[in-house]
Design a protein around this ligand. Sequence first.
Ligand code: V47
Length: 372
Amino acid sequence: MLPRISDPRLRPVADKVANGTRLSFEDGVNLYRSPDLLAVGHLANQVRERLNGNRTYFNVNRHINPTDVCVAACKLCAFGKQKRNPTAYTMSLEQVWHTAGIGYSEEISEFHVVGGLHPELGLDWFAKMFGGLKQRFPRVHLKALTMVEIGYLARREGISIQETLERLRDSGVDSLPGGGAEIFTERVRRIICDHKIDGDEWIETARTAHNLGLKSNATMLYGHIETDEDRVDHLLRLRALQDDTGGFQTFIPLAFHPQNTPMHHLPMTSGFQDIRAIAVARLLLDNFPHIKAYWIMMTPKIAQVAQRFGADDIDGTVVEEKIYHDAGAKTPQVLRREQLLRLIRNSGREPTERDTLYREVRRDEATLALAV
Ligand code: V47
């Protein structure tokens, strides 16, 4: 049963959602502009429950950021630093492997490894780092390096994207996270992340990864200088690639955090915008199996509400987070498995622990060790 839809622009969208018809560019813009957030959320929830029932997925993961040295100097970022900056850091291989082992009683199933574009760390260093992680933690899935890091490494080594990905896969990388996508439109990219690969290169790198059998995620950074049309264009480009490859697992809208960035004059996004970002993504990305409300970025409270507005995933324990906390995030850096379970249950959803590839994870409840 649909609640009364107050905005007439949403009626054709509601019909399409009921019939399973694909939404258009114009529908996307209307969804971003409609003040009737409850109707937008209700439609997104319908799709979410059709695809994922009452489940909300989470995992037990750990982020590792081996370096914050970055040649790119993006205006959107508070994390990357020039090598000469006295506060910049680069871990040794031993430090990366040691950091990976610092955790809690819950056995981790995923390492999420991303960093800056370091001018002196080549493919050999990364291959050794991933090989060492796999040797020490053979059961842990390595979700590592954004399309931007892959593009930089390929250029630095003078080899193709495909060869770079093959070498990383052979050293232990199992899949790729969704970062670095930002907003694909050139006008926006030129301002917020001038030195990164462009939108087409991001898409083509993801295509190459998917064709090699590597799954990936996708993100969109919103709440800065982009327009509604830029956001819809971004989502539809992801949808088109997913039609071709089926390689995306989850989409994660990322709210811009302005503090400590060159764009610090911009306001934070509102709860309304954050919830809408989830709902519109769920409706436009009809071929993405999952939409993630990343609690680090949205706060646990909004990520919980988002489970009724289109999201079916809340991310994981994380343990240590630098990218958002350098940009002023006040959220905690870790949520224990127990806390995630409670958060999800309180939203009326059924918590389902997953591995990175969305296979259900079973644990020995006494030791919390992985049962598979
Ligand atoms: O690519 C950087 C964004 C991304 C800021 O794949 C910022 O499972 C807001 O991609 N304000 C990295 N955002 C995070 C990311 C991610 C996170 C969680 C899960 C997954 C996944 C991927 O963070 C960057 C950029 O888009 N970012 N600086 C900032 N000041």
